[in-house]
Design a binder for this molecule. Structure first.
Ligand code: ZN
Ligand code: ZN
Length: 340
């Protein structure tokens, strides 16, 4: 079979490999579709603190072709999607129900969806494989990224109000926009590129505001004018230190600021302390997702009005995976679907 292999930053090749066989508890799928993801692009560009080089890709859907010994809850022929990780259920975080913070979350990650066949390890297969039951492959493949977004929204509850400001127009920024709209919020999307803001507008954003790094003070004033004093919720989804530092300035008194994107290891940010204290801002971090979030994502994806398909820039054959990452590296496209 064909399989993508990332041996070092930007060293991506397609190689011939043996079709994987399932050990006890494992599942092997024929990949139907794999989606590119910001995490993959980060790994491609500079490696990832928690993920090894080698097998590449984690979002997708497939059809089960083989089951390892003892897998009784799934069947050959089922169309499925999955989360790439699963909790150990033994560590202190798991014991407290904070399974997204499992100490051993990255011990066995299911990687390798940019391939004709893909093996799902036993820990993931046991709890984080989800039959699609009629959901399309494209919508099904959004379970993992949307689950991460819905996890963040669970942390935001109760919402302090209905004005939501989203910083960033990557796939995750758009998924936050869709969730905000599904909840009847008014939305402001801030981004750098005109064509990305145009898509946010088409998706129904109440306001779209271009950002120019030299004019943060002006942008803050503009957002405060549009929201009559600041947004109730500000979601940072750019992964840029300057935007982390700007986000609290856009919030209303009593507002919540959610830092959704991760910064590089060791990075620090500074916050205007008077706003945090005197305006009682709530600052929240959000990381990854839980089983409950995946089920919530599946439910959302069954709503036809939730327009995730709009985030697919193009559908390409798997053999073009190298050129697809070259394009993503140049900033072209939001998400690509790769089909073996
Ligand atoms: Zn992902
Ligand atoms: Zn654990």
């Amino acid at each position: 079979m064909l399989q993508a292999w990332l041996s070092a930053p930007r060293a991506l090749t397609l190689r011939e490999a043996a079709i994987p066989q399932p050990a006890a508890g494992e599942v092997v799928v024929r990949v139907r579709l794999a989606l590119t993801c910001g995490t993959d692009l980060k790994t491609y560009r500079r490696g990832h603190a928690k993920l090894p080089f080698g097998l590449f890709g984690h979002e997708g859907t497939g059809e089960i072709v083989a089951l390892g010994e003892g897998v009784a809850h799934l069947q050959v022929g089922q169309r499925i999607t999955w989360l790439p990780t699963a909790p150990c259920e033994a560590c202190d975080a798991c014991q407290r129900g904070r399974t997204n913070l499992c100490r051993r979350l990255f011990d066995c990650v299911a990687l390798g969806t940019y391939a004709e066949y893909f093996r799902i390890n036993a820990r993931v297969a046991r709890v984080h494989v989800f039959p699609l039951d009629g959901l399309s492959d494209v919508r099904g493949a959004f379970v993992e990224p949307l689950a991460c977004v819905l996890h963040a929204w669970r942390l935001l509850e109760p919402l302090p109000g209905k004005q939501v400001c989203i910083l960033g127009t990557g796939a995750m920024g758009y998924l936050h926009l869709m969730e905000a709209q599904a909840r009847g919020c008014t939305t402001l999307v801030i981004g750098r590129r005109a064509e990305r803001l145009a898509l946010a507008h088409e998706l129904g954003a109440t306001h779209t505001v271009p950002i120019n790094e030299a004019q943060h003070a002006q942008l803050t004033a503009q957002i405060h004018a549009l929201t009559e004093g600041g947004a109730d919720v500000v979601i940072e989804a750019t992964g840029a230190k300057a935007m982390w530092e700007l986000a609290p300035a856009l919030a209303a008194p009593g507002g919540k600021v959610l830092f959704y994107s991760g910064l590089a290891k060791g990075e620090t940010v500074s916050v205007l302390a008077e706003r945090w204290h005197y305006d009682e801002l709530t600052m929240l971090g959000s990381f990854h997702c839980t089983t409950q979030d995946a089920h919530d994502a599946l439910r959302r994806l069954r709503e036809p009005a939730f327009p995730v398909e709009r985030l697919i820039t193009d559908t390409r054959p798997l053999r073009e995976v190298v050129s697809v990452f070259d394009q993503l590296d140049r900033g072209e496209g939001i998400k690509y679907a790769l089909v073996p």
